[in-house]
Design a protein around this ligand. Structure first.
Ligand SMILES: Cc1cc2nc3c(=O)[nH]c(=O)nc-3n(C[C@H](O)[C@H](O)[C@H](O)COP(=O)(O)OP(=O)(O)OC[C@H]3O[C@@H](n4cnc5c(N)ncnc54)[C@H](O)[C@@H]3O)c2cc1C
Length: 504
């Protein structure tokens, strides 16, 4: 027998983008920096190598190896090519490019994103610029087109919650864990049971999902650093992979080349792969994910400097996993984009995105983060699906079995060991800058975890790749006139070659 869903339209989130939601919360409480509507791209590009002595010049006929064909590696290689470097080779461990941008087909033909989905804040965002100039369709997510299902039917629905009080409390102890702040808040504020659970739900979906970590691992300082672009969050009905395709045009990528060692002790850099192959070049751009570096999966000779090793040890990788379910028909609220669920167990299947408004297909993308997101990785696919459908049954009554399923396990993925980086309690955003510091004029670093302004994002990874390429190219006497940088609204850092091969 079908049970009536307990639905409720929750308090609208006070910002158009999830990343700005947290910062808007801080700003509303009089805390934190104002959201940067248009962070200077030069700022984002130039911050990491601050204070470094100018390295000796590089010639553009020198060779460059790029380790990793994620968005950072592709951006670095593309920028190097645009700056006149012709011998640029990317070594990639997987059998595909894109890294944590991963578009797969569900039901055989329908593209869905199992890694990054959104451009977080389109205003001034370089990814939005690439999408626009490449003619790639995007659709805004309306976080207010949401519904909330409460496990306890008949329980009074919570009224609007004032989160400002929580953030104000956090400001008094900015280095303390948000879990301890929440405990203190709950001790000092008389909330009903449903209000408490709703507050936990909000913090789970807007903070823990955002950072892939539990409140116990995050502090105000963890969520108060970096910058965020303004404007809507948008996603790609045809998949984020289209951005990867646009950026990879004309680049030399060697797939299935897992690098195990980087020797930079001699005149040239030598990268050794798992198959024993040796690749030499004058320079190397390392875009290995933080999780790969933390697990010591690639050796460096000489070893990495102490500041970099400390950054690798201090920063952490969060986990956000997706469970994508294709059904015969839509059985949930048509037109709704975000489905919230306050279940019996906090933080389980708490947020789902209906892809129906974007694709016209009956697809649910369900999210789990932090501890629970990590725990489900040890379950078999069918067990994960059973948990997902049980949660859906709790929301909607008897639900049909999905006709196809895709499940991610980013925490145990050997080529990333986590979804994206975060600054845990006791650490600092400065660690990102340390990770981005080059070693001499030979070994350069890029990737989302090297960008102190925009870590854990696609645009942050892209900007870091451009920054690393410019560290090399910026000191290179040009063999030919420099590429003209096209100036577009809000972004002037991309050479026209970024949209090569696609509509301009
Ligand atoms: C589930 C999920 C959801 C996300 N959602 C969003 C979102 O909505 N919006 C957003 O902006 N960001 C999102 N992100 C974050 C975003 O995807 C990443 O920050 C970004 O893609 C990282 O790019 P990168 O180039 O730094 O790293 P990667 O994409 O990880 O690239 C590194 C590359 O190095 C390769 N590699 C690893 N080890 C080796 C080796 N030993 N030898 C050779 N190659 C190696 C990897 O295979 C990979 O291709 C999400 C991430 C995940 C996992």
């Amino acid at each position: 027998m079908s049970r009536q869903p307990a639905t409720h339209h929750p308090t609208p989130l006070p910002a158009s983008s999830r990343r700005t939601f947290i910062k808007a919360g801080l700003a509303a409480a009089g805390l934190g920096p104002a959201i940067s509507a248009l962070p200077g791209c030069g700022d984002a590009v130039d911050r990491s190598p601050r204070g470094r002595a100018a390295p000796p010049p590089t010639r553009t006929d020198e060779s460059v190896l790029v380790i990793g064909a994620g968005i950072a590696g592709l951006a670095a290689a593309s920028e190097l090519r645009a700056s006149g470097f012709e011998d640029v080779v990317i070594l990639e461990a997987r059998d595909r490019i894109g890294g944590r941008i991963w578009t797969e087909n569900v039901g055989g033909t329908i593209p869905v994103d199992l890694g990054a989905s959104w451009i977080h804040g389109v205003r001034g965002n370089p990814i939005a610029d690439v999408a626009r100039r490449s003619g790639i369709e995007t659709r805004p997510t309306d976080w207010d087109t949401a519904v909330l299902h409460f496990h306890e039917r008949g329980a009074p629905m919570p009224d609007t919650l004032d989160l400002d009080g929580f953030w104000t409390l956090a400001e008094r102890r900015p280095g303390a864990s948000l879990r301890s702040i929440l405990d203190e808040y709950l001790e000092t504020h008389a909330l009903s049971t449903s209000q408490r659970r709703y507050l936990e739900h909000l913090l789970n979906t807007t903070v823990e999902h955002e950072y892939g970590a539990d409140l116990a691992d995050l502090s105000l300082e963890s969520v108060d650093g970096g910058s965020a672009y303004g404007g809507h969050d948008v996603l790609f009905p045809g998949g984020y992979g289209q951005i990867v395709e646009a950026l990879s045009d004309g680049l030399e990528v060697r797939l299935r080349q897992a690098v195990t060692g980087i020797d930079h002790s001699g005149a040239r850099v030598v990268a050794t792969t798992a198959s024993g192959a040796r690749c030499e070049a004058d320079r190397v751009v390392v875009t290995l994910p933080l999780g790969v570096l933390k697990n010591g999966l690639v050796s460096f000779s000489p070893p990495l400097p102490a500041a970099k090793r400390r950054a690798i040890a201090d920063l952490k990788m969060g986990v956000l996993n997706k469970t994508c379910l294709l059904f015969e028909d839509v059985f949930w609220e048509p037109g709704i984009e975000v489905i919230g669920y306050v279940g019996a167990d906090r933080g389980r299947w708490a947020e789902t995105l209906s892809l129906h408004p974007y694709t016209g297909q009956p697809i649910l993308m369900m999210f789990n983060a932090g501890t629970y997101g990590t725990e489900i990785e040890s379950l078999a696919d069918q067990e994960i699906v059973a948990e997902a459908t049980a949660a859906l049954a709790d929301m909607y009554g008897a639900v049909p079995q999905p006709t196809d399923v895709l499940v991610t396990r980013w925490g145990s993925d050997p080529w990333t060991h986590g979804s994206y980086s975060y600054v845990p309690v006791g650490s600092s955003f400065e660690r990102y800058a340390a990770l981005g510091q080059p070693i001499g004029n030979r070994v350069f670093f890029a990737g989302e975890a090297t960008n102190p302004d925009h870590p854990a994002t696609v645009h942050g990874a892209l900007l870091s790749g451009v920054r690393a390429a410019r560290e090399i190219a910026g000191v290179a006497p040009q063999r030919r006139p420099p590429t003209r940088y096209r100036r577009t609204a809000g972004a002037d850092l991309f050479p026209s070659t970024f949209s090569g091969g696609v509509a301009q």
